[in-house]
Design a protein around this ligand. Structure first.
Ligand code: FAD
Length: 495
């Protein structure tokens, strides 16, 4: 993509002292990326973040010498020429945060199969072929189609299909299809519901080109954006919530933050949950009944239940290939059930396996010497607030016990334990019900017109994983790409 706007200076006139060219609500990666490009273009930009640190889902926290990534735990799309690498280079983030890559990036573990996802696509294909000899040719074709196709070709072929349609086009073996469906944990929907296009992009940008990690933790990645933004003249206010977006005659006038302070700006970019942006921050009086009905009907992605463990043991001599592990105790794994289980009122989480990540195995700075950080995660939902308050501790114990089948003596090695439920994820980011990836990436909902970045209110833009760009919605690379595009739209409209 041509980088035409990067050195153009927008030249707004007559700003009052506390007035901004643009205000960004939320310092998630979408908001931060957009802010960097706008500030670089010479605009006076203010970002207001309710949390006390920038990053949204891309943050870390520290406990007793351990560093834990709160939600997002690795990056994709960072190959030379990849979408996130372009942004990283254009913003000069290489001087601020080092990116490391681990190999294998993921291992899928079933009693009868162990599949390694490697940084070399051919090695991944060979590993799958070893396990599923009858599907060898189809495996090669499937991966090469996703990896080598032009985006336009993927779009035309996959736009209206589900991932199940795509798997059925290539494969017969049920277990192989289930294994390939495991990675949909990174998008939050089962094969029969998720868009084939969004899944193909997830495969390309996160599974095949995955396994990247910012040295010192995910917070370091967000901090790099925030620092760059400030160096280019941007201002960030942390720990303040935007309560209202002020609109007059269908045009944005500014925002009101906690404490009733009005800050004027003709451009407001919301990086927050889209439902909240429209129904609370803007207010129903500016919306049509049809729009309110539509936004209330959209399906959102699920949330997660996470157990963060600081261990007083280093597993490097006991366990090989510590990276992102997808662990299952049974071969009869039904990937559809993983997600349909989330709608059970009494058990709104997945029981058929779990994801386990070992960040300190590739970045020793995250744990004291001879110690280790592990994160256990299952998809989950909020069906009833009390459920999580009442059950989170017993569920964490159960998950640790389950993990012990793969990580020996885990229960006895715990020095620090923290738990996040969907309520926690909501509290820190205000994403509705702690949704991990914005709207659910169904074929219908990923359509560009579902929730475009340019809204029907003049001067109001959306950025991040609640914005539809015709591709999938969630993930750091996707929201950064969205942030860059929104900045481009704004600077173009001003010129
Ligand atoms: C458990 C989990 C694991 C994940 N793992 C990965 C992964 O490994 N790799 C990956 O690429 N993606 C991953 N994702 C998805 C990815 O993290 C998100 O899609 C992405 O970070 C969303 O970025 P965003 O900019 O859209 O918004 P967010 O990160 O949601 O940030 C929005 C920001 O807006 C702020 N805000 C909201 N309302 C207001 C308000 N009224 N006033 C002021 N501030 C406000 C919030 O506090 C927040 O900081 C994961 C997500 C989850 C939940």
């Amino acid at each position: 993509m041509k980088n035409f706007y990067i050195n153009q200076k927008v030249n707004p006139k007559g700003l009052k002292e506390n007035e901004y060219d643009a205000i960004i609500i939320g310092a998630g990666i979408g908001g931060l990326t957009c802010g960097c490009y706008l500030a670089k273009a010479g605009m006076k930009v203010l970002t207001i973040e309710q949390h006390y640190k920038p990053g949204g889902y891309c943050t870390s926290f520290k406990r007793k010498g351990f560093t834990f990534d709160a939600a997002a735990h690795s990056l994709g799309g960072l190959r030379e020429g990849g979408p996130l690498r372009k942004i990283y280079n254009e913003l000069g983030l290489d001087t601020k945060v080092e990116i490391i890559r681990f190999d294998p990036t993921n291992v899928v573990i079933f009693p009868e199969h162990k599949i390694h996802i490697r940084t070399d696509i051919d090695a991944t294909i060979s590993d799958l072929q070893e396990n599923f000899k009858h599907e060898a040719e189809n495996i090669e074709k499937f991966f090469k189609f996703i990896w080598n196709s032009e985006f336009a070709n993927l779009y035309v072929q996959l736009k209206d299909k589900t991932f199940k349609d795509l798997l059925d086009m290539y494969f017969k073996n049920y277990q192989l299809k289930s294994i390939l469906g495991v990675f949909l944990g990174n998008i939050g929907l089962p094969p029969s519901k998720v868009s084939a296009l969004a899944s193909a992009i997830l495969y390309r940008e996160f599974v095949i080109d995955g396994g990247y990690y910012p040295k010192s933790g995910m917070q370091a990645f967000s901090d790099a954006f925030a620092e760059r933004f400030k160096e280019w003249g941007g201002e960030i206010v942390l720990g303040k919530k935007v309560e209202k977006i002020i609109v007059k005659n269908q045009s944005v006038k500014g925002v009101v933050i906690e404490g009733d302070n009005f800050i004027p700006s003709k451009i407001v970019i919301s990086n927050c949950d889209a439902t909240n942006t429209f129904l609370q921050l803007i207010g129903k009086e500016y919306l049509t009944a049809e729009f309110i009905r539509k936004i209330n009907k959209f399906e959102i992605s699920p949330s997660a239940f996470i157990v963060y463990l600081g261990l007083n043991k280093d597993y490097s001599k006991i366990l090989k290939d510590r990276c992102g592990w997808w662990c299952f105790l049974s071969n009869n794994f039904n990937v559809e059930k993983v997600f349909s289980d989330l709608d059970r009122k009494d058990k709104p989480y997945s029981e058929d396996g779990f994801f386990c990540f070992f960040p300190s195995s590739h970045d020793s700075s995250l744990a004291p010497p001879d110690h280790e950080v592990i994160l256990l995660l299952v998809p989950a939902k909020i069906t009833d607030n009390n459920f999580w308050l009442e059950n989170k501790h017993s569920l964490a114990v159960g998950l640790i016990k389950k993990a012990e089948n793969f990580i020996p003596d885990l229960s006895n090695s715990i020095a620090v334990k923290e738990i996040a439920t969907p309520l926690t994820l909501y509290r820190y980011t205000l994403n509705r019900n702690g949704a991990s990836y914005g709207w659910a990436s169904t074929p219908l909902q990923i359509d560009m017109n579902t929730m475009p970045p340019v809204t029907f209110i003049k001067g109001l833009y959306l950025v991040g994983h609640w914005v539809t760009q015709g591709i999938g919605l969630g993930g750091i690379a996707t929201v950064a790409y969205c942030g860059k595009n929104v900045a481009k739209l704004i600077t173009k409209s001003l010129n």
